[in-house]
Design a protein around this ligand. Structure first.
Ligand code: B12
Length: 460
């Protein structure tokens, strides 16, 4: 059978690569299609697939439905299958007429049922992450060349998150609610086998790559991090050598032994450290009352002592009385934690199934129609008055400048007020992205930047 795999966005469609790998394991014919191309629908139709697979995040869901509908109109027998984060959070998506089957859970166990004719909501069991297939990268890069040439590729060892942040779709509580506690720990909080990771990375090094974004939600999680990291780092350095960009939290940075950070530093240049908010009340709203500015500061200092670059990450646009003041407090907090550091500030997006979605719905908070679910636009989910939206969007665009160059609050306030035209807005997002790439990759990143931009449709 022929399976079309439709990929969205500027980055590798990581989950879909595993779907491709599993289909290959079943001897099926696969081809990837780039949904960013204007002729995506025509290309899928011209290939005449039996199945069309989608793995859209919420921000791509509406477009995925559109493509699915257009393909079905031309090929009524083609079966459309959806999986991944959005349909896992909203299995009722399957009621849309454009969707024939929605898979909730890993791809393992789904293909045979689809081939046997099963449709509708298909729940697959969580086994262990050991049975993830090798992602179908060769086919993906051949079919979507801009991804083969993308400077950064995606990998992860741990599929889920131990934390329970109110805004996050991979929050432990949300996932446990869907799959149960025991399965969550067994599947989402276990590390994939080292041999599988190295095999996956070997398939990447043949392609033009400057770094791997290691997307474990918290790379330092787990009692075994102190043993695992040295073993992993030694093998990675010897066989792969590409620098990693990883993420963690203050608590785990402060918890792990020196040996773990020393090992991590051998393979990773930069750590993304989730600050998210500074006010204790805002941290509580995010279910992150376990964090505090003093802990964040201590963690930042520990990381820089080990030689890491740190990208501090904050969220603005919270459902509070004074969202702009809260945003300014977060930015000023990041200045205190990491003066001169790179930071990334994103708008709060309310994803379905999250604690934050329930919080907003309980309070009847109005949602912002202009929000597409993409954090890079700087447009938050909540419907604030226009002048608040403008300041919050500017906070996302300018926080990197404010923290990197320690801009005083007196300058910050009028700058947050400016109405930027489209061109300026794009230029600001571009320079923000440049700062982050340069911080992680130094001169190599600077040199490659024009090429990096050429292969993506920057959202701003
Ligand atoms: C890796 C990752 C990324 C990577 C790759 C993104 C991508 N498109 O693949 C990067 C860093 C680029 C990224 C970016 C973004 N991400 Co992200 N990311 C993750 C992360 C850490 C892991 C997801 C993952 O790949 N897991 C591993 C794979 C193997 O698992 P999986 O996707 O669930 O797929 C398995 C099954 O679901 C199933 N499956 C999946 N699809 C399909 C399809 C079919 C047909 C079938 C049968 C089965 C199937 O099979 C797979 C293997 O078993 C999660 C958090 C988390 N821990 O889950 C956030 C997460 C998915 N990201 C999220 C978001 C919002 C984004 C952004 C939109 C943020 C933004 N900038 O606005 C961007 C989008 C960028 C883009 N595509 O252009 C949200 C999604 C929430 C939602 N409801 O949409 C998450 C859950 C985090 C959060 N904040 O809540 N992200």
């Amino acid at each position: 059978m022929k399976f079309a795999l439709v990929a969205f966005g500027n980055e590798e469609s990581y989950g879909l690569l595993f779907v491709g790998g599993e289909l290959k394991r079943h001897g099926q014919t696969i081809r990837f299609f780039d949904a960013e191309q204007a002729d995506a629908v025509e290309s899928v139709i011209a290939w005449r697939p039996h199945f069309v697979c989608f793995s859209p995040l919420t921000t791509f869901f509406a477009r995925a439905l559109q493509i699915a509908g257009a393909v079905k109109a031309a090929l009524p027998d083609a079966v459309t299958v959806f999986g991944g984060h959005h349909v896992t959070a909203v299995p009722a998506s399957v009621e849309a007429e454009e969707i024939d089957a929605a898979v909730v859970g890993p791809v393992r166990g789904a293909v045979e049922r689809l081939l046997a004719g099963e449709r509708g909501e298909i729940h697959t069991p969580l086994t262990t992450p050991d049975d993830l297939p090798l992602p179908a990268r060769q086919e993906y890069y051949a079919d979507v060349p801009r991804m083969g040439g993308r400077y950064r590729k995606i990998m992860c060892a741990m599929l889920g998150c131990p934390w329970n942040c109110a805004y996050c779709s991979s929050a432990a509580g949300h996932m446990r609610g869907i799959f149960g506690n025991e399965a969550h720990t067994r599947y989402f909080l276990a590390r994939r086998p080292l041999a599988a990771l190295l095999a996956e990375a070997r398939a990447i090094v043949a392609w033009d790559t400057l770094e791997i974004e290691w997307v474990d939600d918290d790379v330092l999680h787990g009692d075994d991090a102190g043993d695992w990291l040295p073993e992993f780092a030694a093998a990675w350095r010897e066989e792969i050598g590409l620098p990693l960009y990883v993420s963690s939290t203050s608590v785990n940075v402060l918890r792990v032994p020196d040996s773990a950070l020393r090992a991590l530093r051998q393979v990773a240049n930069c750590v993304g450290l989730g600050v998210q908010a500074i006010r204790p009340q805002s941290l509580k709203l995010f279910n992150r009352a376990w964090d505090s500015e003093s802990r964040m500061k201590e963690a930042y200092d520990r990381l820089t002592t080990f030689g890491f670059r740190v990208n501090l990450q904050g969220i603005v646009g919270l459902p509070v009385e004074d969202p702009v003041e809260d945003a300014i407090d977060t930015i000023k907090g990041m200045q205190r934690i990491g003066p001169g550091s790179v930071c990334s500030c994103y708008p709060l997006i309310v994803y379905p199934g999250t604690e934050m979605a329930r919080y907003c719905s309980r309070r009847g908070l109005a949602m912002n129609e202009a929000c597409t679910g993409d954090t890079n636009t700087g447009v938050p989910s909540l419907a604030f008055p226009p002048e608040v939206l403008r300041r919050l969007r500017n906070a996302c665009k300018l926080a990197t400048l404010f923290v990197r160059f320690n801009v005083d609050e007196k300058w910050m306030r009028p700058l947050l007020d400016i109405e930027f035209d489209d061109e300026t807005s794009k230029a600001l997002s571009t320079v923000r992205y440049f700062e982050c790439v340069r911080d992680r990759l130094g001169e190599k990143g600077e040199r490659a930047f024009a090429q990096i931009l050429a292969g993506m449709r920057l959202r701003y």
